[in-house]
Write a protein that binds this ligand. Structure first.
Ligand code: HEC
Length: 397
């Protein structure tokens, strides 16, 4: 039996770029996606041909090789709880702050930390390359302390930083919601979507989370060292046996971000916390199905709360979102948890269909204990886009 289904094909491209000296292989990756309708037969095998329309990476002159095609239905949401840790906790070198002994700087080794906790940490006078996997000749020092400056904190202060949160993927888009504590107070931080090829020949590509120019990854911790980051970003590649994807947060002791690049490690840019993404089959992933509409939830919220330039009586006038009953004369039920409630209202309607109907044709189903008093003119007022945006917003409640 042939059946049509809609799917998102995510193309993972890996590009082998030859450098000037002609030997090094750099893996440059970015997800490019396209929506396709394909026929699926009983074997459930499909061949998907997708044009690559958007190659975000730079200066590639030679072969582009498609290495993997992953199909993910749009309604599938994968989310994972992540815990951030310092390099030591992850068994990594590459801490970008140092301890000073005489006129030399040292990185702490993963097991040496205890004796150093009360030491002041230093920034170096020049860039010292990150070496997470300790593969260089000199991962832990000594490095020259020329130009080094103390950062007004001890290793203990630096090490108490923590962070956790959720990373969610739907289709080709992801969102993060991370909270950090005990960071350097009132300081500039950047969030990195880093991906590396694991040893023996590690290569690390640091991309700013969000826009590639780094305009969306600059943040400032508050006076207590707390920082909350919630943002959207292109879905990330998972880690694999050969590659590691991490979120990393870097402190900038020069009080500025460096746009598309992290900036000189050790001297002004100090990666403080890392959270590796596990592989695609890791059991920590939670998979759920969430109705999806092509609307903009932020625009929907605007219409709901302010009228969005269209409504004289806002939705919020008659519907609270916190479970309390509206005090308006013809007020309706609270729309707290409406994304769940809407799923079960009318058996033959999906969540999205019910929400559309409630707005466009309120008399078709009248919620028990309420009168048929909701405005009936929305079907004439709203564009298709506005309706989608309102529904997308209600799905977040
Ligand atoms: C004048 C008051 C009023 C305004 C304004 C209003 N509603 Fe309603 N709404 C109601 C009432 C009363 C009900 C319950 C009766 C019914 O089901 O039609 C309701 C029901 C709903 C429901 C179904 C809730 C459920 O639990 O099943 C949704 C969804 C909804 N409204 C969305 C909206 C949106 C979105 C707007 C703004 C575009 C809006 N309403 C504006 C009064 C209002």
């Amino acid at each position: 039996m042939l059946r049509s289904m809609r799917l998102w094909a995510a193309l993972f491209i890996s590009v082998a770029a030859l450098t000037a000296c002609g030997s090094e292989t750099i893996e440059v990756t970015r997800v490019v996606t396209q929506e396709k309708t394909v026929e699926v037969d009983a074997t459930r095998e499909v061949e998907v041909e997708v044009e690559v329309t958007r190659l975000v990476e730079v200066e590639v002159s030679n072969d582009i090789e498609v290495t993997r095609v992953v199909e993910q239905p749009v309604d599938t949401v994968r989310s994972i709880d992540l815990q951030f840790g310092v390099h030591q906790a992850l068994g990594m070198a590459g801490q970008d702050v140092f301890v000073k002994k005489g006129d030399e700087l040292f990185r702490q080794t993963p097991d040496e930390i205890d004796g150093l906790l009360s030491e002041t940490v230093y920034r170096s006078g020049f860039e010292i390359e990150a070496d997470e996997f300790a593969v260089s000749d000199n991962p832990f020092g000594p490095f020259s302390a020329e130009g080094a400056k103390p950062l007004a904190m001890t290793f203990a202060d630096w090490q108490t930083a923590t962070g956790s949160g959720t990373y969610k993927v739907q289709g080709d888009m992801g969102t993060v919601d991370f909270s950090f504590e005990n960071l350097v107070p009132n300081a500039v931080y950047t969030l990195w979507c880093a991906r590396g090829k694991l040893p023996p020949d590690p290569v690390i590509v640091n991309l700013p989370c969000g826009e590639l120019d780094g305009s969306q990854n600059v943040f400032e911790s508050d006076g207590d060292g707390n920082l909350h980051i919630a943002m959207s970003l292109p879905a990330r590649r998972n880690s694999s046996e050969t590659h590691l994807s991490v979120f990393a947060i870097a402190y900038h002791s020069d009080d500025q971000s460096w746009g598309p690049v992290p900036g000189p490690f050790g001297s002004v840019t100090h990666t403080q916390l890392l959270a590796p993404l596990p592989g695609p089959d890791d059991e920590a992933w939670q998979v759920s199905t969430q109705p999806h509409v092509a609307g903009d939830p932020a625009r929907g919220r605007d219409i709901f709360e302010t009228g969005g330039g269209i409504l004289s009586t806002q939705c919020i006038h008659c519907h609270t979102l916190d479970g309390t009953l509206s005090t308006a004369k013809y007020g309706g039920p609270s729309l707290m948890d409406i994304s769940t409630v809407a799923a079960d209202r009318v058996p033959e309607l999906s969540t999205v269909e019910y929400l559309r109907q409630s707005i466009l044709d309120p008399s078709a189903y009248v919620v028990e204990d309420f009168g048929d008093s909701m405005e009936k003119s929305y079907q004439y007022l709203f564009s298709e886009e506005d309706i989608n945006s309102l529904v997308a917003f209600l799905l977040t409640q």
